[in-house]
Design a binder for this molecule. Structure first.
Ligand code: PHE
Length: 343
């Protein structure tokens, strides 16, 4: 490992820490970064691979981050009583503005609840990704035109171990790879989070949006399992009358691949003037399919022994349908009136 690779990895870990530190209990944060197999612990071990003359420099940087994470996970409420002594708690309080959960958060909670019932657990991945996880291991060969389906943001001056620019992840599918490399099958995992694509903003597009990935790896997983799981989920979200259908589609990391459509939640296909489905009766909601054997192989799983399904969906699209919001931008403008409407 070169000094640059090592530092670039350190940067990623720091970024990952910043991204997730307030979303997990501190004990989990400690495990993720400082545990025996923690991200930082493993990186620090690799110092021995670095040429001696650079070890001191990278060691100092690594220790700085370690200290920062240690302080974060150990700092507790020691000081609370001191602070309380200085505050006059008999003073009248200021007018309180109640906070509300954002419609995207509400939608995400519903989605997570639905999959939890089927035994899916949650995983998270970094927003700054390597080509390997975002593309290569997902069966996008270098220069393959399928890469153009996702206009990618590249980060100047930061490189992965193959010398490729780090990127902002274009989808949540890299979490499939990260999770399969980390754990042994069987696996049932969902992974929500932000993704980034170089797209102009309009009523239905944004350069940053949220996706949820789901995948199940076990022996003999097939398309019926996928259909059943998705139908179950869609009914949970939109009610028992909602239907789904699969249309053939292409994603390099699944075979067969499908685009999953849901019966229009506004008109159920009964209104040819419906603005939401444009009279078609169906809405494109998810990409899905059976995990490609190459992807399993790339993660060290024997495709003759293991099989799986995967799906990915944009959370904003579900939010808009659940709350009857017709412009995506409404979700990002922080207009409190919107938040108050949806509680
Ligand atoms: N990652 C795909 C996308 O963002 C969606 C997808 C996920 C498709 C999983 C199939 C299986 O477009």
């Amino acid at each position: 490992m070169t000094k640059e690779e090592w530092l670039s990895k350190l940067f990623q870990i720091e970024h990952y820490f910043d991204t997730i530190k307030n979303s997990y209990p501190k004990s989990d944060i400690r495990d993720i970064f400082l545990g025996k197999k923690g991200e930082l612990t493993l990186l620090l071990k690799k110092i021995s691979e670095i040429p001696v003359e650079h070890r001191k420099e990278v060691g100092l940087k690594g220790n700085e981050l370690k200290k920062m994470i240690e302080e974060f996970v150990t700092e507790d409420y020691e000081n609370v009583s001191e602070v309380l002594n200085e505050i006059d708690i008999t003073l009248p309080s200021k007018k309180i503005n109640f906070s509300f959960r954002h419609p995207i958060t509400i939608t995400l909670s519903k989605i997570i609840e639905s999959f939890k019932k089927l035994g899916f657990s949650l995983e998270w991945g970094p927003l700054v990704e390597e080509d390997f996880y975002n593309f290569k291991a997902l069966n996008f060969p270098d220069h393959h035109p399928a890469r153009d389906m996702q206009d990618t943001f590249y980060i100047d001056g930061l490189f992965d171990s193959e010398g490729k620019n780090l990127i902002l992840r274009t989808h949540t599918s890299p979490v499939q790879i990260r999770t399969m490399l980390k754990y042994k099958p069987p696996l049932r995992v969902i992974s929500p989070g932000r993704v980034f694509r170089s797209e102009a903003v309009d009523a239905t597009h944004s350069f940053v949006f949220n996706q949820i990935e789901g995948f199940y790896v076990d022996s003999k997983v097939n398309m019926c399992d996928l259909k059943w799981a998705l139908e179950n989920f869609i009914k949970d979200l939109f009610g028992n009358s909602a239907k789904i259908k699969f249309m053939p589609s292409y994603f390099p990391f699944v075979e067969p691949g499908a685009q999953v459509e849901v019966s229009c939640v506004f008109c159920s296909g009964r209104n040819i003037n419906c603005k939401v489905c444009k009279g078609v009766g169906w809405l494109e909601m998810l990409g899905a399919g059976i995990i490609h054997p190459n992807v399993l192989k790339n993660c060290g799983y024997d495709p003759y022994q293991w099989s799986g399904f995967a799906f990915g969906a944009g959370i904003e699209r579900f939010t808009m349908l659940l709350f009857g919001i017709d412009d995506l931008r409404t979700l990002y403008e922080n207009d409190l009136r919107i938040l108050r409407q949806v509680v």
